[in-house]
Design a protein around this ligand. Structure first.
Ligand SMILES: N[C@@H](CCC(=O)N[C@@H](CS)C(=O)NCC(=O)O)C(=O)O
Length: 200
């Protein structure tokens, strides 16, 4: 049985999962949902969201669930930090990134008048402050180990400065430092590149 990832190259949640696959060095096939306007995804799952996985015949939906499932079956190169306390914190930050930063991205993307733009910028500004504090004096949230919390945050920031076309302000030096650490760890030539490598 093969593993098939229903993927959209520009989706931040798909990028998150592609990084996990690469960390685990698990081979998979890609089904580009944009090629048939999600027809094959709808036929398979009766819903439209990506990432969706056909995992050796089992349907697994949602980047957090997919990542946890890959970790369970392929524990090498763990996506979580050591220890139960840190794992709980890591999962909470993953969820914050997936649910809160995505909201800020959508708000910025949909802002079609100066007032909405100002509000969206203020929302991101408050998150940049939080992130800049999180990454003070640290390579990753759990020191030198890149975890799913960093991967989720990176995917949202990547979407912000590529698809939404909104740069991270220069004053957030720790956020810029984190992005550079991610670029090096993911072996990206440029921070504009979409992560696509089969292994890390
Ligand atoms: N919580 C989900 C979010 C997935 C999601 O929102 N995917 C978007 C692409 S970034 C999507 O497929 N949207 C299409 C739709 O809702 O019709 C996850 O972590 O996988």
């Amino acid at each position: 049985m093969a593993i098939k990832l229903f993927n959209s190259q520009t989706s931040m949640f798909c990028e998150k999962v592609r990084v996990v696959f690469a960390m685990k060095k698990v081979p998979y096939e890609v089904v580009d949902v944009r090629a048939d306007e999600r027809k094959s995804l709808l036929e398979y799952t009766n819903q439209r969201k990506v990432p969706t996985l056909n995992y050796n015949g089992e349907c697994v939906i949602d980047s957090t669930v997919i990542s946890a499932r890959l970790e369970k079956d392929h524990p090498q190169n763990s996506i979580y930090p050591e220890g139960a306390n840190n794992k709980g914190l890591c999962l909470a930050i993953e969820d914050w990134s997936d649910e809160v930063l995505i909201h800020a991205n959508h708000a910025m993307r949909r802002a079609d008048n100066p007032e909405a733009k100002q509000k969206a910028e203020a929302e991101w500004d408050s998150h940049f402050k939080t992130l800049d504090q999180m990454y003070t004096g640290k390579k990753f949230i759990f020191d030198n180990k890149m975890t799913i919390a960093d991967i989720s945050i990176f995917s949202e920031l990547h979407y912000l400065y590529t698809a939404v076309k909104c740069d991270v302000p220069a004053q957030y030096k720790n956020v810029h430092g984190f992005l550079e650490n991610m670029r090096q760890t993911l072996k990206l030539k440029s921070l504009a590149d979409s992560f696509d490598a089969p292994s890390l």
